[in-house]
Design a protein around this ligand. Structure first.
Ligand SMILES: Cc1ncc(COP(=O)(O)O)c(C=O)c1O
Length: 452
């Protein structure tokens, strides 16, 4: 019998998901997984968005088995191989045509964090500048350079000092505008602020080497930037000759209802960072960038495991399946269905303050209501309870955002309408279960104020 407690007792205090989901996960197919007790769980955590086809997709498995038995090399530093050739061909075919004609690829060590590191080094070397602009709420990884570009002060405390070379600009947020507007003006205000940073000789910030951004912030609480804001951002970057780096680690490969989130805005980034779905759920990471930035020299971003051939086979197959089964359009369609179901629940459950996202990257912000009934502060404690209750109902969710109050849905792109209905039903039961549990214990801020 495999014991959860044995694993837990040996693993570090820094472990994350396993601390919330206290079971041993044994098997899975698509977005249905089973734990050691035989319980079926719907996986909307999806390896934090790394599984566009869910677990053990038959075609991916078949291709991997075929490859492993073929005698080809499986780990190769960055040597040239047939698997790499085929992977690169499929990747280039997946990119927007005009953009793909002008790019170079650097394979990185297999994590999004390392690819972000590579992107920062690339633009710093190419521009011979130091400063990076990142955004409030950003998540780019856990290595020193990528962590420096993260919004969360909790994750950085004690690790990153103020001399990291990263400056932060406000990210547009309709639900919680950083300028306190009602949200309708958030794009304009955020762009104005960034324009000031770039143009005011007294802004205190020297010309940046790059602007690093997620088109839809993931870990930061599922916050989509509008097409208008992304266009404004790209225009500002161009105007000031600052390379624009799109971190598509979580949004890439159909997740947001376009193959890459930047495509929806029709912009042409200078660098795109990819991982998670890039390797079809196997470890792989790369940056794609415009040729004019290719000024660095041999070995400037080396690493042993940059040639994971199994991940290349899985990634190539995953891209093909996404294309053949038109899963990008499906993500859009089923994302709309899931979001509207969650909106419906928000009419009944006051604790849902906002439903937002794009495609199958959807977040529900849990809030405390104000006296007047309007959404108040984020309620991370309640979100944690709902997440736990959802797990007990057989639904795995991710959370993120300020105070961890945003419950995030990242199911595979190939789920069905019936799957969405089942997810909604389980989530509703989790909301009810949490309300019952908190009844008597929990007094909303509004109610508390009314009682006083
Ligand atoms: C947008 C984004 N960038 C970078 C990363 C870091 O990737 P990894 O966890 O593979 O280092 C993540 C991880 O969630 C991410 O969401």
């Amino acid at each position: 019998m495999i014991r959860y407690e044995y694993i837990r007792s040996l693993e570090s205090n820094a472990r994350t998901y396993a601390e919330t989901f206290k079971t041993v996960f044994e098997s899975g197919s698509g977005f249905r997984i089973r734990d050691a007790g035989g319980r079926e769980i719907l996986d909307c955590l999806g390896c934090a968005g790394a599984l566009p086809l869910g677990h053990n997709h038959p075609e991916v498995t078949r291709e991997i088995v075929r490859f492993v038995q073929s005698g080809q090399l499986q780990q190769t530093l960055d040597l040239s191989t047939p698997a790499k050739y085929e992977f690169m061909q499929e990747l280039v075919a997946t990119l927007p045509g005009s953009w793909a004609r002008d790019i170079k690829i650097q394979f990185c060590s297999p994590s999004g964090s390392d690819a972000v590191e590579a992107a920062l080094k690339l633009v710093r070397f190419a521009t011979q500048r130091q400063v990076i602009i990142a955004f409030h709420g950003a998540y780019h990884g856990m290595t020193a350079g990528s962590l420096a570009a993260m919004g969360s002060t909790i994750a950085k405390a004690g690790f990153i000092s103020g001399v990291s070379g990263v400056h932060f600009a406000p990210f547009p947020h309709r639900f919680r505008c950083p300028f306190g507007s009602d949200g309708s003006d958030t794009d304009r205000l955020c762009l104005n602020y960034l324009r000031t940073i770039l143009t005011d000789p007294e802004s205190g910030i020297t010309r940046p080497a790059g602007i690093l951004v997620e088109a839809v912030q993931g870990e930061g609480g599922c916050i989509p930037a509008s097409v208008q804001w992304l266009n404004g951002l790209a225009a500002l970057a161009r105007e000031h000759d600052v390379p624009l780096i799109l971190d598509e680690v979580q949004t890439g490969f159909g997740r947001t209802g376009s193959m890459f989130a930047f495509e929806a805005a029709g912009i042409s980034p200078d660098v795109v960072v990819l991982s998670k779905a890039l390797g079809g759920g196997y470890p792989l990471a790369a940056i794609l960038y415009k040729r004019r930035l290719d000024k660095w020299c041999r070995g400037m971003h080396a690493g042993t495991f940059r040639g994971n051939q199994i991940a290349m086979v899985a990634g190539k197959t995953t891209m093909r399946v996404i294309r053949e089964e038109q899963l990008v359009a499906r993500a859009e369609e089923l994302g709309t269905l899931l979001a509207s179901g969650l909106e419906r629940l928000s009419a009944t459950f006051d604790e849902i303050g906002d439903v937002r996202g794009r495609g199958l990257m959807i977040g529900v912000e849990v809030v405390v209501r104000n006296v007047d009934g309007s959404p108040g502060r984020p309620d991370g404690a309640r979100a944690a309870k709902i997440k736990q209750a959802a797990f007990e109902e057989g639904l795995l969710l991710e959370n993120g955002g300020r105070q961890g109050a945003v419950l995030r849905f990242l199911p595979p792109l190939n789920i069905t309408t019936e799957d969405v209905v089942e997810v909604l039903a389980r989530f509703e039961r989790a909301l009810v279960r949490t309300q019952r549990e908190l009844k008597g214990l929990y007094v909303s801020e509004g109610r508390r104020a009314a009682l006083l």
